[in-house]
Design a protein around this ligand. Sequence first.
Ligand code: PAF
Length: 279
Amino acid sequence: MKIVNTINEVREQVRAWRREGLSVGLVPTMGYLHEGHKSLIDRSVSENDRTVVSVFVNPMQFGPGEDLETYPRDMERDAALCEEAGASLIFHPEPSEMYEKDFSSYVDMETLTGGLCGKTRPIHFRGVCTVVSKLFHIVTPDRAYFGQKDAQQLAVIRHMVNDLNFGIQIVGCPIVREEDGLAKSSRNTYLSPEERKAALILSQSLKEGRRLFDEGERDAKKLQSAITEKIQSEPLAKIDYVEVVDWNTLEPVEKIEGETLIAIAVYIGKTRLIDNVLV
Ligand code: PAF
């Protein structure tokens, strides 16, 4: 497995693979890899001849006061995980490699990005769409792999790929959880032991929502209230949002009829965590 820092090195390597007729999968990440990322790499390795993992903490998707500086980083550990999972190349650029001084072109989306996480993170998806577009142009993969945990991101990227005719298959992969139910996230490392326990309220409240749905509840407001109440029972939790939305449009629904996303964002202390379930 190679680790490269420049766009030219990635291009050269991918061109060489293409000459051999090999297929290429891309797993875009911000590093500090965990079992969730590993499941994406595993899937890519099983579906492509070569897998590229990008490790880049993208400054453009962090708003003022967010955790860009403190976002956890451990390249040595990331490299070991990628190697063990069978990745062929890590692309680990400096911000200056991705964004030249006079950078001024962005990929923005008018739908899907205003609600859910977009409400409190207004520039986030512009940063995500821009960097993912750049990665797609640099790596030119056949397939790219994203986790269902960032459900809005997955929906936005699918929409972008369709709008802009990238011709890349977007593969959404299931949420990977700790044994006790907490969705794996690089940001879980911010939690104190007490907060780590409190964070279980996210998966537990969604489980409650799922149970009510399975028992026949289709009224979105009722599901929303039950989940909200459950989260509020945890003193360390502060709700950012609890939303029941159409999985294609991400617009709120009143009655659950088609594929529906129940998505939550909750502060546990200072750490903002997200989780969701598709029903
Ligand atoms: O999900 C992430 O880690 C990031 O948003 C992504 C897709 C790598 C873009 O920076």
